[in-house]
Design a protein around this ligand. Structure first.
Ligand code: ZN
Ligand code: ZN
Length: 393
């Protein structure tokens, strides 16, 4: 089976976060065939393959494996066969890139020395997988990496790779605020504490976090995406629940935003006379992704040599998020880059001249029409192989 067939097969059989059983088994099969000592079921469905090849650094190659709850509308002959589930973020390409790079690096093992740790990670979309693998002893049971490499596909001309030293992706966090009032008959608010009114004030006041507490040069977004209270017009409910999504580029800004949200929520509830403090819980916790400058430099120049300098793009920081940086949290340097997947005719036909304008006209990640060009299979394999080779020396 060719790598393109392997990719088509993964694409046709997407699996949701933390349930990537078939995908993990297929990846493990490829790693074993390449000679990697391979272990499954790490932190759920996680896979780790080790190839020891003499003295030298340990380099970890990471691919995420999960798909999204989305109905595919690409019309591709190898479209999803699972109703309502789609590889709409291209993680099937990441798994293919890892399988292909593992095979290639094993074949040319005379040309490098060190240890490879190939990691198939579950649950990226839900920010669960990296944490689960680390909690299950990834870095204790297997060689501790000195460098970590990862890649993500996205809308940009197929054949390009995008790099950035330092900050590349934002931190994200979901925050749920449960407001406790005192319910009663809608005709007698004087006997109640109305959580609907408190929630309304809170939503308004939260708009001042970014506008009044965060510097103009710092990026932050606070969105109240969900607001729920009550059942009918003449009943004052006991509770109201707000769910927020926070995006920031730097950890200290995120800490500040979260602290402001807590302070304002507690103060609004106190102002309304709520019988209890609000309950504030967080989920979907993604750290900011900040690439190691030296590792990026080595990988970028290796990519320029193999793809040509014109194919290597410089990216601006994005407000999107990844749980990949969890693996580097113990101060392990890492490089993470993007691989363009938009077929050239689709890119050329999109309106506008600037890449930022064209992006509005091409199907991106998390959309039902995200259809990577098949040439991207070779690009992700070559990008990861070349990067690993550059770091292994
Ligand atoms: Zn993704
Ligand atoms: Zn995604």
């Amino acid at each position: 089976m060719t790598l393109v067939d392997f990719y088509r097969d993964l694409h046709a059989h997407p699996e949701l976060s933390m349930r990537e059983h078939r995908t993990a088994a297929r990846l493990a099969g490829e790693l074993r065939a390449a000679g990697f000592d391979t272990t499954e079921n790490i932190g759920g469905t996680g896979v780790a393959g080790v190839l020891r090849n003499g003295d030298g650094p340990t380099v970890m190659l990471r691919a995420d494996m999960d798909a999204l709850p989305l109905a595919e509308e690409t019309g591709l002959p190898y479209a999803s066969t699972v109703p309502g589930v789609m590889h709409a973020c291209g993680h099937d390409l990441h798994v293919t890139g890892l399988a292909g790079a593992a095979g290639q690096l094993a074949r040319v093992r005379d040309s490098w020395s060190g240890t490879l740790l190939a990691v198939g990670q579950p649950g990226e979309e839900t920010a669960e997988g990296a944490v689960a693998m680390l909690a299950d002893g990834l870095f204790e049971r297997f060689p501790h990496p000195g460098v970590i490499l990862g890649q993500h596909v996205g809308p940009a001309p197929a054949g390009t790779v995008g790099h950035r030293a330092g900050l590349l992706m934002s931190a994200a966090l979901d925050v749920e605020i449960r407001i406790f009032g005192r319910g009663g008959h809608g005709s007698m608010p004087e006997n109640c504490v109305d959580p609907v009114v408190t929630a309304a004030y809170l939503v308004t006041r939260l708009q001042t976090v970014v506008s009044r507490e965060i510097g103009a040069g710092e990026a932050a977004v606070v969105t109240v995406g969900r607001m729920h209270a009550g059942t009918r017009a003449n009943v004052i409910p006991d509770e109201a629940v707000l769910t927020l999504n926070l995006r920031t580029r730097e950890q200290h800004v995120r800490d500040r935003v979260l602290e402001a949200v807590r302070r304002i929520a507690e103060a609004e509830c106190a102002a309304s006379g709520c019988p209890r403090k609000p309950e504030i819980t967080t989920a979907g916790d993604f750290p900011a992704l900040s690439n190691d400058t030296d590792t990026v430099r080595r990988v970028r120049s290796a990519h320029a040599a193999v793809f040509g300098p014109a194919a290597v793009l410089e990216y601006d920081p994005l407000m999107a998020s990844e749980d990949f940086p969890r693996f580097g949290a113990g101060d392990i340097p890492y490089a993470y880059w993007f691989v363009g997947t938009t077929p050239q005719p689709v890119w050329d036909a999109a309106p506008g001249d600037r890449p930022a304008d064209k992006l509005r006209g091409v199907p991106g990640n998390h959309t039902s029409r995200f259809a990577p060009d098949l040439s991207a299979v070779r690009t992700v394999v070559t990008a990861l192989t070349t990067a690993a080779h550059a770091v292994l020396g």
